[in-house]
Design a protein around this ligand. Structure first.
Ligand code: SF4
Length: 376
């Protein structure tokens, strides 16, 4: 289930919602008033003495989030940038590398994913990668400037027989001085504790979308299953990486629902990957989006979503993930202005293309950005 992080999803209406579309439950006047205060306090979350909030506000309503989406674009970006600068270095971006350590043949049916065994996408399934090959990739990622090394396996959940190999990989990658992250599907409490004990810093498990749209995406596991895994990860002491996919045909109201789900978790995820759907032929969502001529989400709506995520989760790393390779430099710059501060590097994200090192080097030079790992 790592693919969650890298690909994007499905669906029906239009992936490119008109910017003026409002959430299903907005009461504009009161909601807007509340959201302006909320965004203006520079935290977006619970107003605490001393400022930093990684917990959800006491009563975050869908209407508050919808009102943020409805702000004039310039006002929304200004507020997001204020929140961003209050908690992060605006000119630094974290570099992470993602490696698929077990590709394809997955038992889940996520409708956007080329790795599901349910769909004919031409992807060849492989076994769990050899330990030394994984460590060699991690070494190369570190040499290229990555701070975090993410390992993804296309599983419903890890099998017990694979746990010793997984914990050994974590321990050795960690020993290289890299932050470690894995995405392996659902985890029970014991598996989460063993991975944490081996030195795993982050576990990725995406909500994919909001609870209302979720049924359009996958039917082999429930939203509750996902929340259970997130709870097990939290309880183990690992940091949580949790986000989703935009442009699967969901409405803006669904995007509001999705960010509400993330921002009202008991603690905000430390990392929030936002993927733009990369439609893959042969997957239900990919086929639907391609047939409808909606191959990607509207750039402005994507940037709006990044900005609202930044305001709602001020201290989280908001990561541009899948779909970045098809974004212009200008769009990526707007995403950074909106509060994105983490990207995946390398030429591939699991099974989709990614903006490569040369393109990222040019982008960073053009924008005066520095990797977080570089000296001040
Ligand atoms: S089908 Fe499997 S590999 Fe693909 S996103 Fe779903 S859980 Fe992950």
């Amino acid at each position: 289930m790592m693919t969650d992080t890298l690909i994007s999803k499905p669906s029906m209406p239009s992936a490119v919602e008109a910017p003026v579309e409002r959430s299903r439950d907005v009461e504009p006047s009161t909601a807007l008033g509340r959201s302006l205060d909320f965004a203006q306090d520079g935290r977006g979350g619970e107003a605490r003495e001393g400022g930093v909030s990684d917990a959800p506000p006491a009563a975050l309503a869908h209407a508050d989030i919808a009102a943020l989406f409805d702000l004039p674009f310039m006002d929304l970006l200004y507020r997001a940038q204020q929140v961003h600068r209050a908690h992060h270095d605006a000119n630094r971006v974290q570099l992470s590398t993602l490696l698929s350590i077990k590709t394809g043949g997955c038992a889940e049916n996520c409708g956007y994913c080329s790795q599901s065994a349910s769909f004919e996408t031409g992807l060849k399934a492989s076994k769990l990668m050899d330990h030394d090959a994984v460590v060699a990739s991690a070494r190369a990622a570190k040499a290229a400037g990555s701070e975090r090394f993410c390992m993804g396996a296309a599983w419903r959940s890890p099998k017990e027989r694979d746990m010793p190999a997984l914990t050994a990989m974590v321990a050795e990658v960690k020993a290289l001085g890299l932050e470690t992250c894995m995405t392996l599907g659902m985890l029970d409490r014991s598996q989460a504790e063993r991975l944490a004990g081996a030195g795993l810093d982050y576990y990725n498990h995406n909500l994919d979308s909001g609870p209302e749209f979720y049924g359009e995406v996958v039917t082999t596991r429930t939203y509750g299953d996902r929340l259970d895994t997130l709870e097990n990860v939290r309880a183990s002491g690992m940091a949580v990486c949790c986000g989703g996919i935009l442009g699967m045909g969901e409405s803006r109201a669904d995007r509001v629902d999705f960010l509400h789900a993330l921002a009202t978790l008991p603690k905000h995820p430390e990392s929030v990957p936002l993927n733009a759907l990369v439609p893959i032929a042969g997957t239900p969502i990919g086929d639907r989006m391609i047939a409808g001529g909606e191959a990607r989400i509207d750039d402005i709506e994507f940037v709006r979503t990044v900005a609202v995520a930044r305001i709602l989760m001020p201290t989280s790393s908001v990561r541009l993930s899948a779909g970045r390779e098809s974004m212009s430099q200008a769009c990526q710059a707007l995403c950074f202005l909106a509060g994105a501060n983490s990207i995946f590097t390398g030429d591939r994200l699991l099974t989709t293309e990614n903006a490569g090192g040369d393109a990222d080097g040019a982008l960073f030079a053009a924008l005066g950005l520095m990797p977080m790992s570089a000296g001040a």
